[in-house]
Design a protein around this ligand. Structure first.
Ligand code: ADP
Length: 217
């Protein structure tokens, strides 16, 4: 089922978020106090409204409470960002996601009730650094401090072997939870599954074990 999202602030982060959600088939309301921004993006979202999000009545009048999540993508105007989150929580919005430009800003956003604070520059910096160091890792999710799920390109030496022969659990202490082959995902692949060139393994494990596997070739 598709979702209903409201994105407040159409800067670089907010506009990318809003158009991505819309392209994926979700209903997206975009709000910005700058009319030019609204003009620019109105054809790339479902509804686009010129409004100041620090105006509680304006938020009420667009039915902001009914959205699955509201994303506050205001960056530089820290005061407006904090005030907006506060109002959204007071209006009992189910999920408020907010962008922070630094650590202090993030702490305040959590204090006023944001459910999830994102730090786009910091997070992207971490991601780019990780990918530079491990070019075989296409994507990853950190599960806890020491555990992750990673999408890893198969090393050449593993091609044309099946999972039983590869024995990754014994050799690396990691588990293959899925294989992506030509864009198709097979969850929980059978031990007889033969690894093909270009396959991507989705593996779960402790970071130190995953690191060893990524560097193997
Ligand atoms: P980025 O760093 O992602 O480019 P910006 O801080 O440059 O983000 O852009 C934030 C956007 O949020 C701008 O388009 C601005 O007009 C909008 N904005 C800022 N304050 C408010 C507000 N109170 N209500 C609605 N939109 C706002």
């Amino acid at each position: 089922m598709k979702g209903q999202y409201a994105v407040i602030g159409l800067g670089r982060f907010g506009s990318s978020l809003a158009t991505t959600l819309h392209q994926a088939g979700n209903e997206v309301l975009a709000i910005d106090r700058n009319e030019e921004r609204i003009e620019e993006y109105k054809d790339h979202v479902t509804y686009a409204v010129v409004a100041d999000s620090t105006d509680e009545e304006a938020l009420k009048s667009v039915g902001i409470r009914n959205f699955d999540a509201v994303i506050v993508a205001i960056g530089d105007d820290i005061q407006a960002s904090i005030l907006t989150v506060l109002i959204l929580k007071e209006l009992e919005v189910k999920k408020v996601v907010a962008k922070a430009i630094n650590k202090r800003h993030g702490q305040v956003l959590y204090k006023v009730g944001a459910d999830w604070v994102v730090f786009p520059e910091r997070d992207m910096g971490e991601r780019v650094a990780t990918q530079l160091m491990s070019p075989n890792v296409l994507d990853y999710i950190e599960l806890a401090k020491d555990y992750s799920i990673k999408e890893v390109k198969v090393p050449p030496s593993m091609i044309e072997k099946n999972l039983r022969e590869l024995n990754l659990r014994a050799r690396f202490n990691i588990t293959v939870i899925a294989i992506i082959s030509d864009g198709k995902v097979s969850i929980s692949p059978s031990p007889d599954r033969i690894i093909k060139e270009g396959d991507i393994l989705v593996v779960i494990g402790e970071n130190k074990d995953l690191d060893r596997f990524e560097k193997f070739d």
